[in-house]
Design a binder for this molecule. Structure first.
Ligand code: BGC
Length: 785
């Protein structure tokens, strides 16, 4: 076996040379292909060896009872988990009498390449069977961005130095056996054989299997069609049983001869459509794919990605690793969100079953900001998904004795999937995060249609929640008590500053929206009294502050708690949640992930520069980054407060989270929020971009290691190009306009095609903040040490 554990650094591809079984589970996530609807993990064509076989269809899940030792009122009874659906990737190969299995024989070469411009995963290998027959195998697969129901594989086997009798079995396999759960609560519940067979078909290379999930009652169809070319005689045979449909192709190859199989796979699912309707749907999708053929699908894929890169690429001079990592990140965020179309964008995208395939606030606060300025259509779709789940969110609010909508902390189908109240439903901030995404999208695009049909309703229902969740005390001050903010090492706390600031913005945005859309507001039953109550609550919102220390409190009383004993905590005791009881984490000053620090980014205008610096210096030594969502947020504020070197280290951590498996759980799926956070660290961190209300501002400053940073944004029908050098930044509108922006506080009105260059003011030096012992980010080698 050839061993190799990392990827080469190249600007537009991710290349793995050799194959190492130990990193297979992780590389399956890294090489996953998806369009937001279908997800195929980067499993080897022949299915084995594997870390975790994975084929997913966005929204397809199974329900399972949530057992509680001590149940309580309002605990969700049923959990949802993503399931591994019919595997259409499998192409097995028999060389003479030996299965092509890399654990046997001799692997002479093996290479996998994820091409970020072509949108394909290509694998090339040369293998000698235990009997001494050498074959070359080359396969390319794609999950189509343009034909949402389609994935495809082109598979070629060639005899190298002697004749080879080869048999290729191209399959659809349901209910694959999965490895068991590994004890990590962040992994998925494994459900045995979740699919019940409803229909199977196989004829002349056309295959189809239709199944149904037992409890959630979802019907899942998968179909395949093939184009085979090989030397005469090449024979084929099709067959299907309950959970397996197979095309078997047999051929005898002389040295240099090839057998080529093009496999087109279509998927469809529904909770309501009938069996014949699903069968027809997958057949029809196949017909559309085969009519353009393999080369047509490749060309469409490239075209789609050319457009994406033209509006989204980020260029960096001076750091090739980050250059590759940010493109890898952009590609995977596109894959997660591009065609999700009114379905959730899960925390792992469709790259693995971690977190049971649930979507969290990660979507609105990490993924959607990137998509807002690069693929805005996908944002509208993601928020329409939230709107479609309003009935469940309203029902949940009623159950909790609240008004409006209580969106779930984690979910697939819109109902609450968290069995743990303190780090689940109590994290009410998800409601304000959704509102924030609505406001950002509408302001960035000016999409009035969306605002009227979707935005207003989301803003109104979330504002109602805040008004009923909080209360005015006898001084009139508004408090939101008993909630969990982003930092999950503090729970059920009073007046979490992030939550209160975000809720305030949510309430004010709802007031604005109903004023702009009185008819829609009336339909939603909003009257003047109600919107006045929202305004009053927002204006009287309590924001806890410690006068003595001159810092904002993460929540009321937080700065009074005992500090966590970092000196006695061993490096192997991180993440703390796996080694210490929650009760102890909750009552100490220790921060899992950016919370107050995140508030300083998302609610930036509320904090002046001095407070940002002081708060950052206070919370840095408490923040352990036990969540992958933290480093990117810390990068943004580190950059803003002038700690460019630290920001650069955090950027690396966010960017390499999966490429270097920093949290040791990339096998369960990619950390999509951290990938999106790479963009955030660059654009909001070193680009200093802030978008609040109608104001779009930049305060660029590069770290020593970068010679140049350039990015493109879609804003109000314009395409804005920002080029940042070491001493000056240039803003150019590539289309549309005029557009007013700010550069380090100075307003600039941009017109199409004219470049505006402005100097970058020097950074104000400050003492570097400290981090908890053993939790400093890796210090990257660089010019300044
Ligand atoms: C984080 C949450 C996040 C979830 C899914 C948790 O570890 O604390 O903020 O939403 O992971 O990514």
């Amino acid at each position: 076996m050839i061993t190799q554990t990392s990827y080469t650094v190249e600007p537009w591809v991710l290349r793995e040379r050799g194959l190492h079984p130990d990193v297979l589970p992780q590389s399956e996530s890294v090489f996953a292909l998806s369009n937001g609807h279908i997800g195929w993990r980067g499993n080897l064509d022949e299915g084995e060896p594997h870390g975790l076989p994975g084929s997913y269809l966005n929204g397809v899940h199974e329900l399972h009872p949530l057992p509680y030792a001590e149940a309580g009122y309002g605990y969700p009874e049923s959990g949802q988990t993503v399931i591994n659906i019919t595997n259409g990737k499998i192409i097995r190969l028999l060389v003479d009498d030996e299965p092509f299995d890399l654990r046997y024989g001799r692997l002479r070469s093996h290479e996998r390449v994820l091409d970020l411009r072509a949108g394909t995963l290509t694998r090339t290998c040369e293998w000698t069977s235990p009997a001494g027959i050498t074959v070359r195998v080359r396969s390319t697969r794609l999950v189509s961005f343009t034909q949402r129901a389609i994935a495809a594989v082109a598979y070629e086997v060639e005899a190298v130095d002697g004749p080879a009798r080869v048999v290729v079995q191209s399959e659809l396999v349901a209910n694959e056996q999965l490895p068991g759960r590994n004890g990590d609560p962040r992994a998925a519940v494994v459900l045995e054989s979740p699919l019940e067979a409803e229909e199977q078909f196989a004829k002349d290379g056309r295959l189809r299997l239709v199944h149904r999930t037992r409890r959630s009652g979802l019907r899942v169809g998968a179909a395949a069609d093939h184009l085979v070319s090989g030397p005469d005689p090449t024979t084929t045979e099709s067959e299907a049983t309950e959970h397996l449909a197979r095309l078997t192709i047999a051929s005898a190859l002389e040295p240099g001869e090839r057998l080529r199989v093009e496999k087109f796979v279509s998927y469809g699912w529904s909770g309501t459509r009938s069996l014949p309707a699903i069968s027809d749907q997958v057949d029809a999708a196949l017909a559309a794919a085969t009519s353009v053929g393999w080369s047509g699908l490749l060309a469409e894929q490239r075209g789609h990605l050319d457009d994406f890169w033209a509006r989204s690429d980020v260029e960096i001079d001076g750091d090739e690793q980050i250059q590759q990592a940010v493109r890898f990140a952009l590609f995977h965020v596109l894959q997660a969100g591009a065609r999700a179309e009114q379905r959730a964008i899960p925390a792992k995208g469709l790259t693995g079953s971690g977190y049971d395939g649930h979507a969290f606030w990660d979507t609105e606060m990490f993924v959607l900001p990137l998509l807002t300025y690069t693929s805005p259509g996908a944002v509208a779709e993601a928020l329409r998904w939230r709107q479609n789940t309003l009935p469940a969110a309203r029902e949940r609010a009623v159950q909790l004795g609240l008004r409006g909508a209580a969106f779930p902390w984690r979910t697939i189908d819109g109902s609450e999937g968290s069995a743990y109240w303190p780090a689940g439903t109590a994290a009410f901030h998800v409601n304000a995060d959704i509102a924030d995404a609505v406001v950002r999208y509408t302001s960035a695009t000016g999409d009035e249609h969306f605002e009227r049909d979707t935005g207003v309703e989301l803003l109104v229902e979330t504002a109602r929640l805040w008004r009923s969740l909080g209360h005015h005390d006898h001084h009139g001050t508004f408090h939101i008590d008993g909630v969990t903010g982003p930092d999950e090492y503090s729970a059920v706390a009073d007046d979490n500053t992030y939550t209160n600031l975000m809720a305030r913005a949510n309430l004010l945005a709802a007031v604005d929206a109903v004023e702009r859309h009185p008819r829609r507001a009336a339909e939603l039953g909003v009257d003047e009294e109600e919107s006045a109550a929202w305004r009053d609550a927002a204006e009287a919102m309590h924001l806890p502050y410690n006068d003595e220390l001159g810092v904002h409190e993460q929540h009321a009383g937080f700065t009074r708690y005992q500090r966590w004993d970092f000196a006695s905590t061993r490096p192997d005791q991180y993440p703390l949640l796996l080694h210490f009881p929650y009760f102890d984490l909750y009552r100490k000053q220790v921060v899992k992930q950016a919370d107050l620090v995140l508030a300083m980014y998302t609610c930036s205008p509320h904090f002046d520069a001095e407070h940002k610096a002081r708060n950052f210096a206070y919370y840095e030594p408490l923040t352990v980054r036990d969540s992958s969502l933290s480093a990117c947020c810390q990068a943004v504020i580190a950059a803003e407060t002038g700690h460019l070197r630290l920001a650069y280290d955090y950027l690396h951590e966010a960017a390499l989270m999966d490429l270097q498996d920093l949290e040791h759980n990339t096998r369960d799926g990619l950390h999509i929020a951290s990938l999106a956070g790479t963009w955030m660290a660059l654009v909001a961190g070193f680009g200093g971009m802030r978008h609040h209300g109608e104001r779009i501002a930049f305060a660029p400053r590069l770290p020593e290691q970068f010679g140049r940073l350039a990015f493109t944004l879609e804003l109000r029908g314009c395409r804005l190009r920002v080029e940042i050098g070491r001493t000056a930044a240039t803003y150019t509108l590539l289309g549309g306009g005029p557009l007013t922006i700010h550069h380090h506080g100075e307003p600039l009105t941009l017109d199409a095609e004219k470049a505006h260059t402005r100097d970058i003011p020097p950074v104000k030096p400050r003492p570097a903040p400290d981090q908890p012992l053993h939790r400093r980010p890796n210090h990257r080698p660089g010019k300044d040490g």
